[in-house]
Unconditional design. Structure first.
Lengths: 163, 122
C-alpha cells in the first residue's frame, strides 16, 4: 500500500521540505498543500523509469559533501590565481583519462556533478563500454595526482554510498 | 533611512565582505572567459561564480535577512541546491557539443585524444 502511494519516499520528503522552505512557513495550510504536491510529484517520477538507487551510508554521504565543499573552496582559489596569473608558474591544461570501477548510474551522475561543479576540473565524456572517464583539467601538473584525487577521494566514498 | 541601518555593525561588515567576495569571484570568472585561450579552458571560468561566488552572496543574504527579520531566513538554500544541480548539466552539454564537433573534424579547438573503442563503434 505504502509502496503504491509513495514509490519514492525520500523524494517525497525532499519535495515537502522544498515547498515549506519556499513558503517559509509551517502553517497547516502550507503543510497540507505541500503534502498533496509531494505525493503527486513523487508519483510522477514512476513514469521516468529512474534507476533505483538506495543511499546506503548517510555518514559517508555527509563526509563526501564536506570533502567536496572544502575542495570547491580550495579550487576556487586555485583557479582564481590561474586567471589572475598570480604565482608565476606556467599552467598547462589538458585532457586526462581515468579508469573507473564504479558502474552505478546514480553514482556516476553524482561524480559528474562533483567534477564539473568544482572549478578546474570538467567531466567531458564517459565510455561505458570501457568504464573510462575523460576529463579536462585546467592545471595538469601531474596525472597521477589527479587520478589519486578522483579515485581515492571521491570514487571510494561514492562506491560506499551507492554500491 | 534604509532598513539596512538596523543591522548591527559586525553583521554589516560580515555581509559586506561576503557580498564583495562573491561579486569578486564572479568578476574573476568573467575575466577568465577573456583570458583563457581555448574553449575547454574557458568552461572552467564561470564555475567560480556558480560555486563559491553564488555561495557567499547567498550566505550574506541569509545572514542579513535573518537578522533584520529576527527569524531564520533559509530559502536561499534552495537557490544553492538548484544552482549546484543545474550548472553542471549546462556545462556538460556545452562540452559534449564541442567534443562532438572536434571529433567529426569541424571544431577549431584542440583535438581531444582519439579513442580506439569509440572509433570502432562509429
Amino acid at each position: 500500500m505504502i509502496q503504491r502511494w509513495l514509490p519514492f519516499p525520500r523524494m517525497f520528503a525532499c519535495m515537502l521540505a522544498m515547498w515549506l522552505l519556499l513558503n517559509q512557513s509551517l502553517a497547516p495550510a502550507h503543510v497540507l498543500f505541500g503534502l498533496l504536491l509531494a505525493v503527486y510529484g513523487s508519483r510522477l517520477l514512476v513514469r521516468l523509469d529512474m534507476p533505483n538507487g538506495a543511499v546506503r551510508r548517510p555518514w559517508a554521504a555527509l563526509r563526501l559533501s564536506m570533502l567536496v565543499l572544502i575542495d570547491i573552496i580550495r579550487s576556487n582559489i586555485a583557479v582564481a590565481r590561474i586567471i589572475l596569473r598570480i604565482g608565476g608558474r606556467h599552467k598547462t591544461a589538458g585532457f586526462l583519462e581515468i579508469p573507473l570501477t564504479m558502474r552505478n548510474p546514480n553514482g556516476l551522475a553524482t561524480l559528474a556533478c562533483i567534477i564539473t561543479a568544482t572549478p578546474g576540473t570538467l567531466w567531458v565524456d564517459y565510455d561505458s563500454s570501457r568504464g573510462v572517464l575523460l576529463m579536462h583539467v585546467l592545471d595538469l601538473i601531474d596525472e597521477e595526482q589527479w587520478i589519486r584525487i578522483i579515485k581515492g577521494r571521491y570514487e571510494r566514498l561514492l562506491l560506499e554510498i551507492f554500491e | 533611512m534604509t532598513p539596512l541601518a538596523d543591522l548591527p555593525l559586525w553583521a554589516a561588515l560580515v555581509v559586506a565582505a561576503l557580498v564583495l567576495l562573491g561579486a569578486g569571484l564572479c568578476l574573476i570568472g568573467s575575466v577568465g572567459l577573456i583570458r583563457l585561450t581555448t574553449f575547454y579552458q574557458r568552461v572552467h571560468a564561470p564555475t567560480l561564480g556558480t560555486t563559491l561566488g553564488a555561495g557567499s552572496i547567498l550566505l550574506a543574504s541569509m545572514l542579513c535577512f535573518s537578522l533584520l527579520e529576527s527569524r531564520p531566513v533559509l530559502h536561499e538554500i534552495l537557490i544553492a541546491a538548484f544552482v549546484t544541480v543545474t550548472t553542471p548539466v549546462t556545462l556538460m552539454l556545452l562540452v559534449r557539443a564541442a567534443l562532438y564537433r572536434d571529433r567529426i573534424g569541424e571544431g577549431s579547438g584542440e583535438a581531444p585524444p582519439p579513442r580506439s573503442s569509440s572509433e570502432r563503434k562509429r
